[in-house]
Design a protein around this ligand. Structure first.
Ligand SMILES: [Mg+2]
Length: 414
């Protein structure tokens, strides 16, 4: 099953605030500004033509009585985890796919509902609705890709919110859909498929794989073989990836790095370089573990450890994050506020109060998605070729330590 929460952020707000009942509402990044982005619109708002990701100004123009609500991400995470827990009472195989979608493998417990998967989904849907006020739709199929397709294209459009996509009846369902509905295919790919004479998902599925590879090589070169096979498998409903439950590794209290400098640093500019390098290390580790932290701490110490100078201060951010630029911004604020101008020999940065970053995967929250994509790319490069393969320009300055550190065993960073 792929279970998807309808208008998730907006539904959470509506379920917890009786004043919003019967009124069109949106959750928007910055309600005070007309340039803020709509993160979620309730069905009533959608009826008035309001869409996700448009600007608040445009939404209000379409629907003047619109209620605009500021997001409460930590509450959405809490409800998302609560819903996961409900599903986990039906099977241990629950895999969060985004903050409002989960894959659920019910193969092992289906017999408890007499083998009737519709009945089981209804039961789950009803329980989530009564315990959280959130309405969920269920796409059901023999594998994940088909379950996702069943949810997005069919369950969201029928009255029960539940749709079973049978593998041997793809000709009447999946293959009738226009190619633009193919999972993972964006506008650009849809355009290229059309240019190849492929109008429906069925057209794509019917092409022999070798022929599709040839067609795609002509447009994208020989590295496109993997993508050709991926699209072809999706169109044919082939997917053997298992539902993998999220690891229950509980996060540590915090993750921190500190560094003893080779000399005293006396200017804010120099100290900021080190703070950025440390922040990058801390965030990189959080990202690799899947944690997002909400409390940032920065400490600085002078060279004479017997006569301590310096500070150690922390700050709670509005939302949990592991994006280097966001954490760095707050770290610099702490530094500017609390550094007394004395020379600094030791610097530390710590991120704590974690929540699980998987839950944020598909969130449209401010510019986080762009930064996360960038950091996934740089993290992957560093993983493969070492930490110095890509660095921030400030690390090339006199104050930078990142280059130096990589040449040492157990360097300064601990
Ligand atoms: Mg949803």
């Amino acid at each position: 099953m792929l279970a998807d929460c309808q208008s998730f952020y907006a539904s959470v707000e509506k379920s917890q605030n009786p004043d919003y009942a019967g009124r069109p509402i949106v959750v928007a990044g910055d309600p005070e500004r007309r340039s803020g982005i709509v993160l979620a619109a309730c069905p009533l708002a959608k009826e008035k033509g309001v869409t996700t990701a448009e600007r608040v100004g445009e939404a209000v123009a379409k629907c003047p009585e619109l209620v605009i609500v500021r997001p409460r991400m930590s509450e959405y995470i809490r409800v998302s985890l609560q819903i996961s827990d409900i599903y986990r009472s039906y099977t241990d195989l629950v895999e969060p796919y985004s903050i409002d979608e989960q894959f659920i493998d019910v193969t092992g417990s289906l017999h408890l509902f007499g083998g009737d998967v519709q009945k089981m989904a209804q039961h789950m849907q009803q329980q989530v609705l009564s315990e959280t006020g959130i309405y969920c739709r269920f796409g059901i199929a023999e594998n994940k890709i088909l379950a996702k397709t069943a949810c997005d294209n069919f369950a969201k459009k029928n009255a029960s919110g539940i749709y079973v996509l049978e593998k041997d009846r793809l000709a009447d369902s999946l293959w009738k859909l226009p190619i633009s509905k193919l999972f993972m295919a964006g506008n650009r790919m849809t355009y290229h498929f059309r240019a190849m004479g492929i109008e429906t998902i069925g057209d794509l599925a019917a092409i022999p794989l070798e022929r599709l590879k040839q067609l795609m090589r002509r447009k994208f070169g020989k590295n496109s073989d993997i993508n050709a096979e991926l699209y072809w498998r999706i169109a044919n409903g082939v997917d053997d990836s298992p539902v993998t439950p999220g690891t229950h590794e509980s996060p540590p209290q915090s993750i921190g790095h500190q560094m003893t400098l080779p000399r005293d640093y006396g200017t804010l500019e120099e100290i900021k370089v080190v703070v950025l390098e440390l922040t990058e290390l801390v965030c990189q580790r959080c990202r690799s573990k899947g944690f997002m932290g909400q409390v940032i701490a920065v400490g600085c110490q002078g060279a004479d450890f017997d006569r301590p100078t310096g500070f150690f201060r922390q700050f709670k951010m509005a939302d949990p994050t592991n994006v280097t630029n966001h954490v760095y911004r707050e770290a610099v604020r702490l530094l500017e506020r609390h550094w007394d101008g004395n020379p600094v020999r030791k610097v530390g940065v710590t991120l704590g109060q974690f929540s699980n970053s998987e839950q944020y995967q598909l969130s449209l929250f401010d510019d986080r998605e762009r930064f996360m994509a960038l950091e996934r790319a740089t993290d992957a490069l560093k993983e493969k070729y070492g930490d110095t393969v890509i660095m921030r320009a400030v690390s090339m300055t006199q104050a930078g330590q990142a280059r130096d550190r990589s040449g040492k065993i157990g360097g300064h960073y601990k």
